[in-house]
Design a protein. Structure first.
Length: 327
């Protein structure tokens, strides 16, 4: 599909859509197209998926003839080809992303929802990423997930330059209780997580995440990865929980609504997580502008002044936070 046909197809699908989340996604897609036209990159094939009304026997090349599943659309993609899978609507699927440099984008014009909804079929992750997920993009979805899994999960292999953005984790209307929003159990080099919202099942929130918003357990070879401009609401465990390094990464400009019942509810680094990660511009609050009783930031990798990470200016309530707790 040529660039002109692609633009027309996207605009046809988005006719009448006013959601800022959708418009952000469209702007991102158009930037990719402008780069391709200027010779800075490429846009491969464009496939459409409708998980409620599609058919895998369709061509998948236009919104009027979409595939039924993302899994089938992936079989039509070519590795390192910058193919796009545009998901128009969905409800339930378990997807192993096994094609490098593919973009999976939820784009809905449903007047009652800003994201395409995705749920697990059983106690599983919804998207699984591995070394075959290098340079992949996931955006525009609202996630449930399995009770002992995250919505997006890495259990093996190292996906490089994975980009997850403009998604919602822990939606309440599907009866699912995901353990985490994103769980990187092994590694993810140069991962970028941006503009996502994570809803916990803590008091005062209708979310369903039962443990952590983002859980980074892996080997720590992030090489400049970042978690930026995300929102975490009453996560019962930790908003961003780094248990084994986030080397040379950036955690910046995130917002946390916390219960204020324990230390480190917003961001916690475990003792083994000394990796020169820059933590700056993050804000935590608990129902008001007062300084929290418990320091929402925790770094067990060393004494505050000699932490294995780099702490800039973060905020507790409306005030500048002290250095992270080391206990």
């Amino acid at each position: 599909m040529g660039v002109g046909t692609y633009v027309r197809a996207i605009w046809t699908n988005l006719s009448g859509t006013t959601s800022p989340n959708v418009q952000n996604l469209v702007n991102n897609l158009f930037q990719q197209l402008e780069g391709a036209k200027a010779g800075y990159g490429s846009v491969g094939n464009i496939f459409f998926v409708h998980g409620l009304a599609g058919n895998n026997a369709n061509s998948g090349l236009v919104p009027a003839a979409p595939f039924l599943t993302i899994t089938h659309a992936l079989t039509q993609c070519v590795a390192d080809h910058d193919d796009y899978i545009i998901v128009l609507d969905h409800w339930q699927e378990v997807v192993a992303i096994n094609v490098t440099r593919v973009h999976i984008i939820g784009v809905t014009k449903n007047a009652t929802q800003a994201f395409v909804q995705m749920n697990a079929a059983a106690d599983t992750a919804i998207f699984t990423v591995t070394a075959l997920s290098n340079h992949c993009e996931i955006a525009g979805f609202s996630f449930g997930g399995g009770a002992t899994h995250a919505a997006i999960e890495n259990q093996g292999g190292t996906p490089m330059q994975l980009h997850i953005h403009d998604c919602l984790f822990g939606h309440f209307f599907a009866g699912q209780t995901p353990q985490d929003g994103i769980d990187i159990e092994l590694n993810a080099t140069n991962i970028r997580i941006e503009r996502c919202t994570f809803y916990g099942n803590g008091a005062g929130t209708t979310g369903t995440i039962t443990r952590d918003g983002i859980r980074f357990v892996g080997g720590g070879d992030t090489l400049g990865g970042c978690i930026r401009d995300c929102r975490f609401l009453n996560i019962p465990g930790v908003g961003i929980n780094v248990t084994t390094r986030f080397d040379n990464g950036f955690i910046e400009d995130n917002r946390f609504q916390v219960p204020d019942g324990a230390i480190g509810e917003a961001i916690t680094f475990a003792a083994a997580a000394a990796g020169n990660c820059l933590v700056d511009g993050n804000r935590a609050a608990a129902g008001g502008d007062a300084v929290l009783t418990n320091n929402p930031f925790r770094d067990l990798s060393g004494a505050p002044a000699a932490s294995g990470n780099d702490w800039g200016q973060n905020f507790s309530g409306a005030a500048a936070a002290a250095l992270p707790s080391a206990v």
